[in-house]
Write a new protein. Structure first.
Length: 445
């Protein structure tokens, strides 16, 4: 609008000047040496205007001629960039779809069209990985380390390769370097924690876990349990080295972090017993039993009264199970204590109640073996005892520590799975099914 107003004013000014010249006659004389030019003012003004207009046209033509090669070059560069970005996009789609030939073709085209390695190196590395060419992928990832904008992505690619190869030393070095760049990246903290625990670097793992907690890289419940396991590991090491007070303190801390973590409770009870705090240990084990009965807790509780008269020990066991009397583990530990105390009738009541199906049947093999022992002691019936032992071999598995990664199961907990080496992957699980029909009734004598 302003430009249009300016043009209108210019036209009006020119028109006014032309009208003024037309109404005022005059002669313009120009002498240069022997040359004399005589003309009217109006004609001279027209000539000057024509010369100025022609000069402007020549100037613009000259600028156009000078700029046209650059314009053509810029247009070509713009077209190449469009083609490069299109190839980059299609290449990423091909990688996601698992189309190896298309991914490789578009990676090469993007690298040719775009002179921007940060954009093309990642696509080239992913295409090489998709094709199974780990050497070529490593070359691209390594090249990415030379640029600050792609260094972290390059480290992630090399780290993944090292983990797949099982090169834990290189993987740890790469993970530490990546953490220096981006210290609060959740996936990196999880990977670094896994590498440190696999290498037995417990102190480093505990520090990394603390950082992961701040970065919210792990669910709160999982974080608490892993902290408990790491503290338990330190408590166990202190106990082995004779640092009883420290072991007791750390075991209590681990038990507080994960109240259902039986190994920590057992270790704490053992240390309290050694410190002469048997009653406190018994109270803690009774409380833990009320939440989740486990054989490890029963063994630790029985150990507190190892030298006690069997009848008195049976009364202590009754105190342990009073909150969960019908749980299979409660019936088993009562039957065991009653058998040792000579109260075979009480032992039979517990076992028959267990085998009769009035409680979960995941304790089948141990119940059958206990019944075999009872048949031998109460009736001296070796044949019936052998029949129960046979049935024990055929029963579904007892509850056990099972690995959430590989499915391994066994009677003892360990910080790493004995089969796959996974850290803190063992949890207490029931057996695979109920007792078979052959255990729902006592055998015919």
């Amino acid at each position: 609008m302003i430009r249009f107003a300016g043009i209108c004013l210019a036209v009006l000014a020119i028109g006014a000047a032309a009208a003024w010249l037309a109404t005022h006659s005059g002669v313009l004389v120009l002498e240069f040496g022997n040359l004399r030019i005589e003309t009217t003012v109006v004609r001279a003004a027209v000539v000057v205007g024509v010369v100025v207009f022609a000069s402007i046209l020549v100037h613009h033509a000259w600028l156009w001629l000078m700029r046209s090669p650059a314009s053509v070059g810029a247009a070509r560069a713009q077209r190449r960039r469009r083609e490069g970005y299109l190839a980059l996009t299609r290449g990423m789609v091909a990688v996601a779809a698992g189309d190896v030939p298309e991914a490789e073709r578009y990676a090469a085209l993007a690298a040719k069209r775009l002179h921007e390695p940060p954009l093309t190196l990642l696509l080239s590395a992913q295409a090489a990985q998709l094709a199974g060419n780990e050497t070529e992928a490593e070359r691209h990832f390594t090249a990415m380390l030379e640029r600050s904008e792609t260094e972290f992505l390059g480290l992630r690619g090399l780290l993944a390769q090292a983990v797949r190869r099982g090169d834990r030393v290189k993987a740890l070095a790469l993970a530490e370097r990546a953490r220096a760049l981006r210290p609060n990246t959740p996936w990196l903290l999880r990977e670094l924690f896994a590498l440190q625990t696999a290498d037995g670097r417990w102190a480093d793992a505990e520090a990394t876990l603390g950082q992961a907690i701040k970065a919210k890289a792990l669910p709160p419940e999982e974080t608490r349990h892993r902290r408990a396991v790491l503290v338990y590991q330190r408590a166990e090491a202190a106990a082995k080295e004779g640092r009883s007070a420290e072991a007791l303190k750390l075991a209590g801390e681990a038990a507080a972090l994960a109240p259902d973590f039986a190994p920590a409770l057992v270790l704490a009870a053992r240390q309290q017993q050694a410190a002469g705090k048997t009653q406190k240990a018994a109270r803690q084990l009774i409380e833990a039993w009320s939440r989740a009965p486990q054989p490890d807790l029963a063994e630790a509780y029985l150990a507190l009264y190892e030298g006690v008269d069997p009848a008195a020990r049976l009364k202590r066991v009754a105190e342990l199970v009073k909150e969960r009397p019908e749980h299979p583990e409660s019936r088993l530990v009562l039957a065991r204590a009653a058998t040792i105390a000579g109260d075979l009738a009480a032992a039979r009541r517990e076992l028959e109640a267990l085998i009769g199906g009035r409680a979960p049947a995941s304790v089948g093999p141990r119940a059958a073996r206990a019944m075999a022992e009872l048949e031998e002691k109460q009736y001296g019936d070796g044949a019936s005892a052998r029949e129960w032992l046979l049935r024990a071999a055929q029963a579904p598995p007892d509850p056990a520590w099972a690995c959430g990664n590989c499915g391994w199961n066994g009677p003892a907990w360990s910080i790493r799975c004995p089969a796959c080496g996974g850290f803190d992957t063992l949890s207490w699980r029931d057996g695979t099914g109920a007792l078979p029909a052959l255990l729902t009734q006592a055998p015919t004598v």
